[in-house]
Design a protein around this ligand. Structure first.
Ligand SMILES: *[C@@H]1O[C@H](CO)[C@@H](O)[C@H](O)[C@H]1NC(C)=O
Ligand SMILES: *[C@@H]1O[C@H](CO)[C@@H](O)[C@H](O)[C@H]1NC(C)=O
Ligand SMILES: *[C@@H]1O[C@H](CO)[C@@H](O)[C@H](O)[C@H]1NC(C)=O
Ligand SMILES: *[C@@H]1O[C@H](CO)[C@@H](O)[C@H](O)[C@H]1NC(C)=O
Ligand SMILES: *[C@@H]1O[C@H](CO)[C@@H](O)[C@H](O)[C@H]1NC(C)=O
Ligand SMILES: *[C@@H]1O[C@H](CO)[C@@H](O)[C@H](O)[C@H]1NC(C)=O
Ligand SMILES: *[C@@H]1O[C@H](CO)[C@@H](O)[C@H](O)[C@H]1NC(C)=O
Ligand SMILES: *[C@@H]1O[C@H](CO)[C@@H](O)[C@H](O)[C@H]1NC(C)=O
Ligand SMILES: *[C@@H]1O[C@H](CO)[C@@H](O)[C@H](O)[C@H]1NC(C)=O
Length: 758
């Protein structure tokens, strides 16, 4: 039913799961207990909880069916399925502290939309009417048009400006497009020209890999109820801009991807009339004038089209980023506050939770368990095939150990690991679970002190609200940009790890040795996933402010982002020992779409400003022409000082002959546009960076009207010889309503750039 009603009714639909559970009488409750109240007669808290629970159940009830979990670490207590009467009885049991009703299935399983603050009550979703009439074009691996996420129920007619097409081809009929999926085209002439003998088995926009189906539905998938990844992340799925239109330009093929096809695809997207282009790929280590993405997107910029790109998955090392192009937004990847896992319950009834995405069913019985330490010997592992095997991660051998435990086909693998980026190993068809070293000690002690140790495992547990989140992922590529280091990159971070979105039904969602599992949704990780989040957010902003330039949209997204996580501490970097993330990993911060709707001030940039930058990079006339397609590039005003909402300064650490006390200074000039309501006064504040002196002149900006532009200068003085590689702070302009924040990075990387920047 939910799939065939107009959009305006969704608000009422969302409340239905709660109604159903109330009518069903029994509900799941999480019960907090006071351990000090436990009578001495009990051997442990688990048996006390069971006895407490048992005392409130009816004679016909099965205790083991009513008890769900006993918790050991996260809290003192347990969860149970109870009737209202039983819950009331429990409340007068000795030791009862409190209880909360379990809410496992939050309605938006594409949980990242909730996590970045999107909601039906206020902010970017209602203000933009969910991105209605904004067209997002993606250059990717194609699309699976039958996916429910592309259904167009309740959508209005296709905007009249649309000039695109739905091309027929192998297994793709043009009638498959609709008011949601409004365009489908494919580009492989470059690929074929390069390899004349190649066989293109599916010569159409149909997605034979899954990537494009996932990215496009992350950006703009319609709502689909009952989505999940084999029982994890269950609920309703939907993209960031659920009413925006999707046009797919397939230029990435299983057989290879070529710049020529990519440029053709972007070119066509511009002609067709897209508003936003999302590019979840990039090319490494090439100058702007050879980079097809940089070249093609310059034209997009001139037409006012917003382009979002992925930073790459080569982290955590510095200078690994691609798409460091000044006229696009470059997106890093971070985690969300959701974890998938299971519970390991030892024979002494202590349970520990861990991370897992095991998709199958698992016996609930107790199984012998053995501790193997380093699981590196296949022959030894085969000898304990009938057991749950516990392994310890050492020297970064986790991937190999998982591989060998899987090959040995033991009953299940428990891995003790301190790794906080398990994206690459967690998605398995084999029952594996990852527990932390502290819980690992509990498990090891139990196994050591028992002659016949046993344990049971439960999977498919989804936990929301985990902390800290977000954190920058280890794999997310870091700046500075190699192609244009004078513009701080990446620009922003967005959710990228274990993102649930649509998946082609005929492509395995997860594969094992001899097993392929299929599903209409899949969990993927990467900056490929964070990039379309920003495409969706940009579509919402376009919906609210159709007149904003691409630079204005980027500025709004950057200056309103947040730099604190859900523990109110600075966002950390998993790839750097969970230290606070620098802007070279994080960009300006974590996207905050509701704030971006009303940023207060905008740092605008036009195409002439970009030409001035290209001139200052000392590109030849021809190289500049390659990018701008115009012979009229006026290089009389070369400047590396682009009106960007962030700052990066290079200091010279290499020059050991330099006097460490010698100071050097660098100035930046910026112009901000007041897009708030009329009069307002902004004051500047700067966080201290040790050893550096930062002045903002003037440090008050008094605007008398809307759209007024005012300029300021930032002067950064510091030692010529910098001690650390990267230090950072923030410049913030505030008028009492708006907070307009820009990151400042000072670095001794690329010290040879110092002189050119001055
Ligand atoms: C495409 O679909 C339409 C409508 O379902 C059908 O009439 C037509 O024959 C199909 N064309 C091809 C080439 O399969
Ligand atoms: C293509 O195939 C033909 C015939 O098999 C062969 O002669 C030719 O060298 C191949 N060309 C390329 C570029 O591989
Ligand atoms: C793919 O389809 C296009 C358009 O229908 C056609 O021009 C081209 O020759 C086809 N290519 C191959 C390799 O079949
Ligand atoms: C996995 O097993 C293979 C074969 O026994 C062995 O060569 C390899 O070293 C093992 N890997 C690890 C990390 O133990
Ligand atoms: C792990 O690394 C340490 C230090 O690098 C080394 O001494 C040790 O032998 C390694 N252990 C294994 C099992 O490879
Ligand atoms: C695990 O990681 C945390 C945070 O990075 C660190 O403090 C701790 O020492 C590590 N523990 C082990 C056993 O490696
Ligand atoms: C180039 O720009 C400068 C200043 O922006 C201007 O004075 C000059 O007329 C321009 N030259 C051409 C050829 O457009
Ligand atoms: C550092 O200085 C040495 C000697 O002047 C020079 O050869 C080298 O290229 C410099 N390295 C960088 C990264 O600037
Ligand atoms: C461009 O060339 C000028 C003059 O040779 C030089 O001062 C400047 O540092 C160069 N800029 C860059 C970015 O290399």
């Amino acid at each position: 039913m939910a799939t065939h009603i107009p959009f305006c009714l969704w608000l009422t639909i969302i409340t239905i799961p709660h109604l159903v559970s109330t009518l069903a009488q029994h509900d799941n409750y999480i019960i907090h207990m006071d351990l000090l109240a436990m009578p001495k007669a009990f051997s442990g808290y688990h048996s006390w909880y069971l006895a407490t629970l048992s005392s409130v159940l009816d004679n016909s009830d099965d205790l083991s069916a009513k008890h769900i979990y006993t918790y050991s670490n996260v809290m003192n207590g347990f969860s149970a399925s109870l009737s209202p009467t039983q819950l009331e009885a429990l409340k007068s049991s000795p030791g009862y502290i409190s209880s909360i009703r379990d809410l496992p299935a939050k309605v938006d399983t594409t949980h990242s939309s909730q996590f970045i603050g999107l909601n039906h009550i206020s902010g970017a979703w209602p203000a933009s009417n969910y991105g209605k009439d904004v067209i997002i074009g993606l250059v990717d691996t194609g699309i699976w048009p039958e996916s429910e996420s592309f259904k167009d129920d309740g959508m209005s007619d296709i905007p009249s400006k649309w000039k695109g097409e739905c091309e027929s081809g192998t297994k793709f009929n043009s009638s498959l497009c609709n008011k949601k999926l409004i365009g489908a085209r494919f580009f492989n002439k470059g690929l074929i020209a390069k390899n004349p003998n190649i066989t293109i088995t599916v010569n159409s926009t149909r997605d034979t890999e899954g990537h494009g189906t996932h990215t496009s539905t992350t950006a703009a998938g319609n709502y689909v109820g009952g989505a999940s990844y084999f029982g994890y992340a269950t609920g309703k799925a939907g993209g960031m801009a659920p009413l925006a239109r999707v046009a797919m330009y397939k230029a990435l093929w299983e057989q290879g991807s070529f710049a020529s096809d990519v440029i053709a695809a972007i070119d066509q997207a511009i002609t067709d009339g897209v508003d936003v282009i999302s590019l979840s790929f990039g090319l490494d280590g090439i100058p702007l004038y050879e980079d097809p993405v940089a070249i093609a997107t310059f034209a997009a910029l001139e037409r006012g089209i917003f382009v979002t790109t992925s930073a790459g998955n080569e982290g955590p090392f510095l200078e690994t980023l691609h798409n460091g192009t000044p006229w696009v937004i470059t997106v890093a990847a971070s985690t969300v506050d959701r974890q998938f896992g299971g519970i390991l319950t030892l024979g002494d009834e202590v349970s520990v939770s861990g991370l897992s995405l095991y998709p199958g069913n698992f016996p609930s019985s107790r199984i012998p368990v053995v501790f193997m330490g380093l699981c590196d010997n296949l022959n030894e592992l085969i000898k304990v095939r009938n057991k749950i095997v516990v392994c310890e991660d050492k020297n970064d051998t986790l991937g190999d150990q998982v591989y060998n435990v899987t090959r040995a086909k033991v009953v299940a693998g428990v891995f003790i690991s301190n790794s906080s980026d398990l994206e690459l190993v967690i998605q398995s068809t084999f029952p594996v679970i990852f527990i932390n070293p502290k819980d690992g000690e509990v498990v090891k002690d139990y196994i050591k002190s028992n002659s016949a140790p046993g344990a049971s495992l439960v999977f498919k547990v989804t936990t929301l609200g985990t902390k800290p989140a977000p954190s920058v992922t280890s794999y997310s590529s870091r700046g500075p940009s190699q192609s244009c280091p004078f513009v701080l990159k990446p620009d922003i971070t967005a959710p990228g790890s274990l993102i649930l979105a649509a998946w082609p039904e005929k492509i395995p969602a997860v594969e094992g040795d001899s097993l392929s599992l299929f599903n209409n949704f899949n969990l993927l990780s990467g900056t490929s996933m964070s990039c379309p989040h920003i495409a969706g957010v940009a579509a919402l902003l376009k919906g609210v402010h159709p007149d904003w330039s691409p630079a204005a949209i980027r500025s709004a997204i950057m200056t309103t982002s947040h730099t604190l996580d859900n523990t109110l501490s600075p966002i950390t970097d998993i790839g750097n020992d969970n230290q606070p993330a620098t802007p070279l990993a994080l960009g300006a911060g974590h996207v905050n779409p509701n704030k971006a709707v009303d940023p207060g001030l905008i740092y605008d940039i036009n195409s002439e400003d970009y030409v001035n930058l290209l001139c200052a990079l000392n590109y030849s006339k021809n190289n500049i022409k390659t990018i701008t397609r115009s012979a009229l590039n006026n290089c009389s005003n070369p400047s590396l000082d682009l009106n960007y909402p962030s700052f990066i300064v290079f200091f010279n650490a290499n020059d050991s002959a330099s006097d460490p006390d010698l100071k050097t200074a660098k100035e930046f000039h910026r112009t901000v546009t007041n897009i708030g309501e009329g009069e307002s006064t902004y004051s500047a504040s700067v966080t201290t960076i040790e050893g550096f002196e930062i002045n903002v002149i003037p440090n008050n900006l008094v605007f008398e009207q809307s759209n007024e532009k005012l300029s300021y200068t930032v002067r950064i003085r510091g030692p010529k010889l910098m001690k650390e590689t990267v230090a950072f702070g923030y410049l913030t302009w505030e008028d009492g309503i708006h907070v307009v924040r820009s990151p400042i990075v000072v670095t001794s990387l690329r010290s040879e750039l110092l002189s050119s920047q001055n």
